[in-house]
Design a protein around this ligand. Sequence first.
Ligand code: 2RA
Length: 336
Amino acid sequence: MKVAIVGVSGAVGQEFLRVLDEQNFPIDELLLFGSERSAGKTYTFRGKEYTVRHLQHNDDFKGVDFAFVSAGAGVSREFAETITKHGAVMIDNSSAFRMDEDVPLVVPEVNGEDAFDAPRGIIANPNCTTAIMVVALKPINDISPIKRVHVATYQAASGAGAVAMQELENQYAELAEGKEPTVEKFAYQLAYNLIPHIDVFLDNDYTKEEMKMYNETKKIMHAPNLEVSATCIRVPVMRAHSEAVWVETENPVSVDDARRAFENAEGLVVIDEPAAKKYPMPLDAAGKDPVYAGRLRKDLANPNGLTFWLVGDQIKKGAALNAVQIAQYMIAHPRN
Ligand code: 2RA
């Protein structure tokens, strides 16, 4: 396989290199692309050094099988044609094409088949919070269709990039030294704080992040009538997102049936022994592949309701791992 990574110097770009190696992805040739600023940098992959090329409108993508792209929506929009014109499958981590009718939005455990319906050669990777949540919605939805989802997210600094992770660390150090904390990547100090604001506010007083969960969940679950309401919060955690989820199903689903479904679900690991104080936590989930589920119980406010707690690594399942899994799904289920 000839593989390209666009945006290789970023947090997700670097994770693509790690995940492709961890997953033993079949690569005969690897091309790394970045901005003019990143061009010339070198990265090692499987013991070999690769130099970052400046991403330009040329024929560099000729012969590429999969291009993993995470360089922002603007770059994805500008270079989609250049990347796909020779037949490369562009798996795009940005929000650029997620809601386009002719671009599938894919979490392999939920709707892997959709990856083959990509007339533009573009497959969109969902927002990290959506990817983490739908892995757990799927097994419950298979028992009884979910009518309504409420979710509160507790999102790590990594969602705002490597610089934001460093800013959070610096803030604790600056405060420890009695200095004013540096606040650049977030609207306010994040250390010792929570910020109920991710991305921009829209006219309906939801943020773009919250509306991503609203729109993307419906598309991935093929459930246009599914009701979703999200509140997305930035929390002082480094790289794993947590989510408190409430679902209402058409028919009541018992906790035992839901737990069995979770335990048998792809990509999900259940950590749920409250009496033993065993539940998922971001510190434990950081750097790991699965989505972790726990605190499963009946929703006391809804006879057809269940509530549970999810934790998943934002850079892995929330981005790089899901994108590589899309390519793995396509390789494992070849279409003639
Ligand atoms: C965040 N989901 O967590 C957004 C973008 N990665 O900041």
